[in-house]
Unconditional design. Sequence first.
Length: 282
Amino acid sequence: MKILCNEKSQVLAAKTAKCTGLELAATEFKKFPDGELYIKTGKTDDETILISSFNDSDSFIQTLLMIDACENSEVTLVIPYMGYARQDKKFNDGESISARAIARALSDGVKKVYTINNHEKDNLKHFRVPAEDLTLAPYIGKYIESLGLDDPLILAPDAGAADFAADVARGLNFDCDHLQKTRHSGTEVTMQPKELDANGRCVVIVDDIISTGGTLATASGMLKAQGAVSVHAACVHGVFASGGYARLSAGGLSSVASSDTIESASSVITAAECIKNAIFKN
């Protein structure tokens, strides 16, 4: 069994290889002058673990090409970050359900798929092979514990993320709540914890994905105005689109952490152990 990866998941694949003891096979990536992509993998074994995040078209095409290159191997596809996962519904005639199209395309040539905190769990049904969603919630909890914060308050940004926040806090004796918006007028909206008081607390806002960071930056300012000692953010997928990371930093957050499902300087939480446990659970 060997590990392969596309260009977006090199660090995570290397960490997974180290913690599993498996070999990470080198792959050559090129782009022709006309924009077409080329890949050449090293020799594969009978079984291959392909770790491929994709948040752009090139990394998606690389993943397809790598699956094809492993035609003589049983491929387990690990998608740490699945682009297009939020395009999961059709609102108008003529629109594609992009998450479905992506899942169907990636099903050919693989025996099983793992995703990590897929934004919409229903996307798994579109794969034509067995698919399972893994969660990094416990690993985010361990990271928060390592910060040594005094009696931290774990907050979801909204009710929809409350279950994820509860999973992060589970077993760690952290208080947990979610932010609730209150509209006072057409222009004035406030956010505060639904049940608990942020006054005098170190607050950690957790979510599966941080995209532009606008809501979190606004919430940070409001929580500090409510007496929070500090406000931190931790997520699985750090997209940070449209200057999202800078927006959070300017918004006064004490720290911003993400996992290496999308590799960046903020990737202080790794999915390697989670992937290892899934691969060898049997």
